[in-house]
Ligand binder design. Structure first.
Ligand code: ATP
Ligand code: MG
Length: 665
């Protein structure tokens, strides 16, 4: 039976049998049993937000509300599944009877049934990100055949990302193209045209991308009074988890359906960390204005962390409210240790400190699974990954790939490998394959031709790369890139004869690949930081061969052994990915100003979001918290001293233990 029909069948009167007062604390109880009407639950980190939301559902059922009249919204599929399962466990009511899931999931179901008035064929296909990018490239090629060939123009992927961001923030693509990306302003109108044509093409093909599921849903609500009436009478109660991360489209949907104001939004404004993807901090701040007459419930009891960790976390918010709601976390757990702020000389010593401390903790009875290592950006964990691999401590990177396995890192490393050893055809294939129309076969032929040509002319391989004869063998659309690549390789090769390894890496990073990176990836800035990090890493070595040996070891089987199922491992993750999780022991790396807060974020005026990230990271810890501060940065050139993170200035000095790491630690 169709989900929709199932949801329509009337439910018998339900009683959960839950003793709400006994199972909840006073603050949670007040929120769970709040009168029908708007309610904003501002729950601090670790205070049981999801718990509150699930009990609210049970309570609504007890009040005679039918499950089919409850709309439960959240963000990730995992969170939605977990939420619905918890509700089912608590109430015994099948998750199928609720309207629950991600915004996209619910949008999709409603559009199929009610989308005709806005021209949606009910059997539309949903295209994924890859498909939507290739559809956009087709459209661009049709409108302006030369556009994508011009290497100064952004690639389709970058434009797709820009269009998506603009749609999720209800902004104008053209204006945003001029504002957010460093392209010449003439590109704005072109990108606007591409976006409009892309839109048309999707309608023509009866396909929708992910953003359509939200955008059309909102449009349908705004343009079709029958649909609006249906939604707002059917969904008597709307409950939203992680509300602080809603974007404008999502908030618009909730507000429109919830014009009856029976909306409960649960979130923590201090944990809003996805504005870079379009999350709108102001949604939660202005909720009371958009849904007036309700209550704001603050759940400030924290079940997760020791009083010492919480005092520290509270200080972060004291110092910088960032325009958010005032709140304080109250501990219920017994005393523990103060957080440690540990200065190390540099990131090499930071890695040593973390590993020695982990060994001690394990000797004291901790297991690897109790420990998480958090960092602001992937490249900051590079030294640690290397040392962990050497030490044999099992670790897992739960967000993304290992640093050295990232595509852009491998792309650069392949160029360095090749410069050191031009017989390394695999390396040649990797970077040559980045050029348009160059596949493995073409790369192979090209390599054979160059080798032959160099030999015949008694010239060095690198010196003939840019010669007319060689360029003629390169597919026409790849020639511009090839010439720039050839120049970079030649420069790197000659530098490798007498310059330091980090200088060679720097030349590669600043050469052809630097430009290529910018046009290929929407997040080129953070990838560029990774590569700058790689230059710093190279500075640890005297010889190029040493550097390469180490890089290869890092990717070897021994260091990359797979984790047995059920094996306890340390987890390494970015702070963004650690949201909602909790761990007994937390290490936060790189508390130097420039690393955390990240320079780029400060320059772009996003200090408030960095502070919220710091808050999220600290509040993951249950028992022990170690913050480490590498004092010197060595990114090529002489080591540069960094000040401690400015975050520390807002923390009372007696709230943490400042220590200096020595090898006798
Ligand atoms: P975050 O802000 O990190 O997302 P959260 O507010 O969603 O946290 P939960 O993860 O739901 O909080 O809960 C944190 C911990 O506190 C969980 O281990 C949960 O079981 C526990 N907890 C919450 N409420 C209670 C309660 N009333 N009694 C006992 N334990 C509780
Ligand atoms: Mg949570």
């Amino acid at each position: 039976m169709d989900f929709f029909e199932a949801a329509e069948t009337p439910e018998p009167q339900f009683t959960s049998g839950i003793d709400f007062e006994a199972e909840l604390n006073e603050e949670q109880y007040a929120a769970v049993t709040a009168p029908f009407g708007p309610a904003l639950v501002l729950a601090g980190a670790g205070s049981g937000k999801t718990r509150t939301l699930t009990y609210r559902v049970a309570w609504l059922l007890d009040q005679g509300v039918s499950p089919s009249n409850i709309l439960l919204l959240t963000f990730t599929n995992k969170a939605a599944k977990e939420m619905l399962e918890r509700v089912a466990d608590l109430t015994g009511v099948s998750p199928k009877l609720f309207w629950g899931g991600t915004f996209h999931h619910i949008g999709q179901r409603l559009l199929r049934r009610f989308g005709a008035p806005v021209g949606i064929n009910p059997s539309f296909n949903i295209i994924d990100q890859g498909d939507s990018e290739s559809l956009l490239s087709d459209v661009i090629r049709r409108i302006d055949p030369a556009f994508l060939k011009d290497k100064n123009n952004p690639k389709a992927k970058v434009i797709a990302n820009l269009i998506s961001y603009a749609r999720n923030t209800l902004d104008n693509v053209e204006r945003m193209a001029c504002e957010r990306y460093p392209y010449p302003p003439r590109l704005g109108p072109s990108i606007g045209k591409f976006a409009a044509a892309y839109e048309k093409e999707k309608r023509k093909q009866d396909v929708t991308d992910y953003d359509d599921l939200l955008e059309m849903w909102l449009r349908l609500l705004q343009s079709d009074p029958t649909f609006l009436h249906y939604c707002s009478t059917k969904f008597e109660h709307v409950l939203v988890d992680e509300y602080q991360d809603t974007n404008r489209l999502q908030a618009g949907i909730v507000d429109t359906i919830g014009s009856h104001h029976r909306v409960m939004a649960v979130g923590d404004d201090s944990q809003c960390i996805y504005t870079w993807r379009g999350a709108e901090f102001d949604n939660i701040m202005s909720f009371p204005n958009r849904h007036p007459g309700g209550n704001i419930f603050k759940i400030e009891t924290n079940y997760r962390s020791t009083p010492q960790i919480l005092s520290f976390a509270n200080c972060i918010l004291d110092g910088h409210t960032g325009g958010g709601f005032r709140k304080e976390l109250r501990p219920v757990r017994p005393d523990g240790e103060k957080p440690y702020f540990v200065s190390t000389v540099d990131t090499t010593q930071q890695a040593e400190f973390v590993i020695r401390t982990i060994s001690q903790l394990v000797e004291q009875g901790r297991s690897y699974g109790d420990i998480v290592i958090l960092y602001r950006a992937h490249f900051q964990a590079m030294d640690l990954q290397m040392e962990l691999s050497r030490s044999g401590i099992p670790f897992q990177i739960t967000s993304g790939v290992r640093f050295f396995e990232q595509a852009h890192v491998k792309d650069i490393v392949s160029q360095i490998r090749f410069v050191a050893n031009p017989r390394d055809t695999m390396a040649f294939q990797r970077f040559a394959g980045l050029l348009p129309k160059v596949g493995p076969r073409t790369a192979e032929k090209l390599y054979a031709f160059i080798t032959d040509f160099a030999q015949k002319n008694e010239q060095n391989f690198f010196d003939v790369l840019g010669s007319k004869a060689v360029v003629a063998k390169v597919p026409a659309s790849a020639r511009d890139d090839w010439e720039s690549l050839a120049e970079t390789l030649r420069t790197c090769y000659h530098a490798s004869q007498h310059q330091r390894p980090d200088e060679v890496v720097q030349l590669a990073v600043e050469g052809w690949y630097g430009t290529y990176l910018r046009t290929l990836y929407p997040n080129w800035k953070s990838r560029e930081e990774d590569l700058t990090g790689l230059i710093g890493f190279a500075a640890r070595f005297q010889e190029l061969s040493e550097l390469l040996a180490q890089l290869i070891l890092l990717n070897s089987e021994a260091s990359d052994r797979s984790i047995e199922p059920g094996e306890e491992t340390i987890r390494l993750t970015t702070i963004h990915q650690s949201k909602g999780l909790e761990f007994p022991v937390v290490f936060i790396l790189g508390l130097a100003d420039g690393m955390f807060p990240l320079n780029r974020a400060v320059e772009e005026g996003n200090l408030d979001e960095e502070i919220r990230l710091f808050y999220v990271s600290v509040t993951r810890a249950q028992d022990q918290l170690f913050l480490s501060f590498p004092q010197f940065q060595s990114q090529g050139g002489p080591p540069r001293k960094m000040p401690p993170s400015r975050f520390l200035a807002s923390i009372r000095p007696d709230y943490y233990e400042a220590v200096r790491y020595r090898s006798s630690w």
